[in-house]
Ligand binder design. Structure first.
Ligand code: TXA
Ligand code: MG
Length: 376
């Protein structure tokens, strides 16, 4: 199948009509949102949902989000809109918030992975909302990556994963946020955050003070792995976003992480751990670094340390300043994908504070990491 790439800004009426026809007839169209690119199909068509699972290589028990263009569509898809859901919608739509409500009969179980609830969001991308409006059907859309790969934040990343498997890629440039939407379950008495995103716990609590974090997200600070109970969003149980090379995540402040990296370089320099280590089949190993601007600068000032020459400047990806988590969020998936095109043997990543937007960033980094280490 030929995958056509259409630039949002240059898309004329005729092409829009062809795209909408393709959606209505069960075709697959990757679409831009403010978070990440989605892999869209007609959300009310069971066959389209099956095609989405197939194209992504995704287990079909992992439900899809329905993307809508307006409130009228919402009313058709759910049986009830609770007052809390109403408040959240008013505060954050269009925007990076997905809400879960009881589904109406017209939503096929194939779209919801067999659940009687449905996840819905109104994306903050005008072109995508216009396409949904013209197609007159919600777009079922998981992130437009092959299952397990980092979510795509550019049309080029979608192309890498899905060309030949889908009909269209609608290109609207880089996504702004770069992390998937916050998911809030509104089916119970108190709303529950199932997946952290750029609409943070603190922002949600201002609107609805009884909001809870799903137990699976409540972190035991001394445990390396945060998932202790079964997550309620089925997708959260899978190891996600993984780069191809093993990744070590160091959580702590710049000074402690710097010290650890210098210690690691010193060890590698002495070849001590490498004789037996699975990680170091190649010696000297190629080390990829995903770190803040601050840590990159601090590392540079230690260029005389033993093992420093093992660092290849081309394998340092600075994700931005620790004073600007929005930029870090927008760069995380770019960084993970960057290393898939390099020959790094392993990746060392610096974590951020688990607060505000940092909660969503750390959630993704911990899922991507093979090992995590905390310095408390
Ligand atoms: O920002 C986003 O949310 C992006 C863009 C494309 O909109 N979409 C996205 O979709 O991240 P996906 O499929 O990669 O993640 C959807 C998550 C999964 O973890 C899934 O298990 C959960 O939402 N989910 C969907 N429906 C659900 C439901 N009824 N109950 C609980 N969790 C649900
Ligand atoms: Mg995804």
């Amino acid at each position: 199948m030929e995958t056509r790439i259409v630039k949002a800004r240059e898309c004329n009426k005729q092409t829009k009509t062809a795209i909408c026809q393709c959606i209505r007839q069960g075709g697959l169209v990757a679409f831009p949102t403010e978070t990440v690119y989605g892999l869209g199909g007609n959300g009310l068509n069971a066959a389209a949902a099956k095609k989405i699972y197939q194209a992504k290589g995704r287990p079909s028990d992992n439900p899809l989000i329905l993307h809508i263009s307006d409130r009228t569509m919402l009313h058709q898809l759910v049986t009830d809109i609770t007052p809390i859901a109403e408040k959240l919608i008013t505060a954050f739509w269009p925007g990076p918030l997905t809400i879960i409500l009881p589904k109406s009969k017209i939503v096929p179980l194939e779209t919801t992975g067999g659940l009687e609830t449905v996840a819905i969001r109104m994306p903050d991308n005008q072109f995508t909302r216009e396409i949904i409006q013209l197609a007159q059907t919600p777009l079922a859309g998981p992130s437009a990556n092959i299952s397990g790969r980092p979510s795509p934040t550019t049309a080029q990343m979608v192309y890498e994963d899905l060309h030949g498997k889908i009909d269209y890629i609608l290109d609207d440039g880089d996504t702004i946020i770069g992390l998937e939407s916050t998911i809030v379950d509104c089916t119970g008495t108190d709303p529950i955050i199932l997946r952290p995103g750029s609409i943070t716990y603190e922002m949600l609590r201002e609107i609805t003070p009884t909001i809870q974090l799903d137990e699976s997200l409540v972190q035991n600070p001394r445990a390396a792995e945060i998932i202790s109970t079964a997550p309620k969003a089925p997708g959260m149980k899978y190891r996600h976003y993984a780069p191809l090379a093993p990744m070590i995540l160091y959580e702590g402040n710049v000074t402690t992480v710097l010290k650890t990296i210098l210690g690691l370089l010193d060890n590698l320099h002495n070849k001590l751990p490498c004789r037996e280590s699975e990680l170091c089949k190649n010696y000297p190993p190629k080390i990829g670094l995903i770190i803040s601007d601050e840590l990159a600068a601090a590392l540079k000032s230690h260029s005389n340390s033993p093992g420093y020459d093992l660092i290849d400047p081309d394998l340092i990806y600075s994700y931005g300043s620790l004073t600007d988590y929005s930029t870090i969020g927008a760069n995380i998936y770019k960084a993970l994908r960057f290393f898939d095109s390099t020959t790094a043997d392993f990746i060392v990543t610096q974590g951020v504070d688990n607060y505000g937007l940092g909660v969503a960033i750390m959630n993704r980094l911990r899922k991507a990491a093979t090992f995590t280490s905390m310095f408390l």
